[in-house]
Design a protein around this ligand. Structure first.
Ligand SMILES: [Zn+2]
Ligand SMILES: [Zn+2]
Length: 367
């Protein structure tokens, strides 16, 4: 990674708690600072693309295209470095590890990523905006899309342990069987999702794992339900947490069992600042033309730890289409698939988008 930045006029900070890299480009003219983020991590899975540049490491694959993010951000760093003499301000390049569930962004923030020093003459130059790009195989290569407000969901997981009293399968009345209670809780959670939430501020609660029992003729003492919770507002997110617990407690108690609910907090909702998203979309239109830009009507229910950055700074996350030219985005292997491929051409657009976002934020007008 560092080799790609070699020779560029950047002040590089290697983060200590993670392999994160913060690289600061200081233009020769004074001005604000803008941050561009690219996440770097791969996923623990085999790669079956058959590409000649497929992963050489067993069970490690860039199935979310973060390798393209790194390449695009390093490319933008190179392009913007060439304009250093006329650049009115600074660009902070955030190369972030651990997006796929490890909260790498939060570690980098905790380590002081945003505490950029003042300019050489002592003038403060705080970060005025932050942008991220994510490639997606569900949009034709080179298209750009985003929306203001909630753009990606929060992602939390939950764990419910239902405890009853085990015994012989032929004599359930001598036990408190947690198995039917578990089934009822799964159903009650789905009823809760449809009855307790406004459909215009929705939530997805998916039970993904049930664990109970060891034999045909034994009623187990306990059972377990696990799953994921998605929401697109902080309000709905916290209500779901409360209501899952209430439903599990209520159903379990009704049948003489006990339920212990744990919610494991994941990433918060990714909320694009509305003016920043509009600004990004206008820049995208200037770059690739109106027909290639999607003003997304709805958020996507995946999650992103860029959400932590957007809790601190105005900015936006934009999606870049990466479906290979010879594939249909509706049927192409999606991000996180062992067969996903991204069109390399899209990276030129991504580099131009990163660079334009930075330049325009610093007030440079582009022809
Ligand atoms: Zn991913
Ligand atoms: Zn990703």
């Amino acid at each position: 990674m560092l080799e790609a930045l070699d020779g560029l006029p950047l002040d590089i900070t290697l983060h200590k708690t993670t392999s994160g890299i913060a690289a600061l480009l200081t233009g020769d003219k004074p001005g604000p600072t803008v941050m561009l983020r690219g996440d770097m991590d791969a996923l623990p899975m085999p790669e079956d693309t058959g590409l000649d540049y497929a992963s050489k490491v067993d069970n490690v694959m860039h199935a979310c295209g973060h390798d393209t993010h790194v390449a695009m951000l390093a490319g933008a760093a190179r392009m913007l470095s060439e304009r250093k003499s006329s650049l009115p301000g600074r660009v902070l390049f955030m190369f972030q590890p651990g997006e796929e569930g490890y909260g790498g962004a939060e570690y980098m923030l905790d380590e002081g990523l945003l505490d950029v020093p003042p300019l050489a003459d002592g003038t403060p130059s705080p970060i005025s905006a932050a942008y991220a790009i994510h490639i997606t195989s569900s949009m034709p290569a080179g298209m750009i899309g985003t929306k203001g407000g909630s753009v990606m969901a929060s992602s939390d997981s939950f764990d419910i342990v239902i405890t009853g009293k085990g015994g012989h399968a032929s004599e359930p009345f001598r036990t408190f069987d947690p198995v039917p209670v578990t089934c009822e809780i799964v159903q009650a959670i789905q009823a809760m999702v449809t009855r307790r939430f406004d459909i215009f501020d929705p939530t997805v609660v998916t039970v993904t794992r049930l664990v109970a029992g060891t034999a045909y003729n034994v009623i187990p003492e306990s059972a377990r339900i696990q799953g994921t919770i998605r929401a697109i507002s902080a309000k709905t997110r916290s209500s779901v947490h409360e209501l899952i617990q209430r439903v599990a407690d209520g159903v379990a108690t009704a049948h003489g069992c006990n339920a212990e609910t744990t919610v494991n907090l994941g990433y918060p909702v990714t909320v694009n600042d509305v003016p920043s998203a509009d600004f990004g979309l206008d820049i995208a239109e200037a770059l690739v033309g109106e027909k290639q830009v999607v003003r997304m009507p709805n958020p996507v229910m995946g999650a992103e730890d860029f959400s932590y950055v957007l809790e601190k700074l105005p900015g936006a996350m934009l999606f870049l289409g990466g479906t290979p030219h010879n594939k249909d985005p509706r049927t192409a292997a999606p991000n996180h698939s062992n067969r996903v491929m991204f069109e390399e051409d899209a990276m030129t657009t991504g580099m131009a988008l990163y660079s334009s976002l930075a330049l325009r934020t610093l007030g440079v007008t582009l022809d």
